[in-house]
Design a protein around this ligand. Structure first.
Ligand SMILES: [Zn+2]
Ligand SMILES: [Zn+2]
Length: 162
């Protein structure tokens, strides 16, 4: 609940409308779709995956348009951690605390070109097709910890600079 955070940043200024008009996830962020928003805050929005790969399958997206996990920089690490937090929150709301899988798709295999974290459960009960799509052995699904260590490898200076 952030309705009274009048001293916070004006997130509307961050939106790139030229991108937003094309992007289905920006349309969800901007309330231009019928998608039911399950959780939201100043940075993130959470909703159900249209084609669930497990009994529980949620997507967490940033309000600002980020293309994909390859566009992430070290400065995005708090945002990614925040996405994970919201993923855990929505699963907890559904009384799930283990057998969770979370991760990002690596381009060109992401279906929507707007960064989205998949949160799935129960991971061990996914069918073969979902295991391939969202499994740790899949070379085009990257777990959050792998994403973060990848960003730190690519931008090692970011930890100490500025
Ligand atoms: Zn977008
Ligand atoms: Zn995806």
């Amino acid at each position: 609940h952030f309705a009274n955070s009048s001293h916070g940043p004006d997130w509307t200024l961050w939106r790139d409308t030229s991108v937003g008009e094309e992007c289905p996830f920006c349309q969800i962020v901007n309330n231009q779709s019928d998608t039911e928003i399950l959780l939201s805050d100043a940075e993130l929005v959470c909703f159900r995956d249209l084609k669930p790969g497990a009994a529980h399958h949620y997507l967490i997206i940033s309000r600002t348009h980020i293309d994909n996990c390859k566009s992430l920089k070290a400065e995005h690490i708090p945002l990614v951690e925040h996405m994970v937090e919201m993923g855990k929150n929505i699963l907890e709301k559904n009384k799930i605390s283990d057998d969770i899988r979370m991760g990002f798709h690596i381009p060109p295999f992401s279906s929507v070109p707007h960064l989205h974290l998949h949160a799935l459960a129960p991971a061990s009960k996914m069918n073969m097709k979902s295991q391939l799509r969202y499994g740790p052995q899949s070379h085009w699904f990257i777990t959050v910890s792998a994403t973060l260590s990848l960003q730190l490898q690519m931008f090692p200076e970011a930890e100490s600079s500025h």
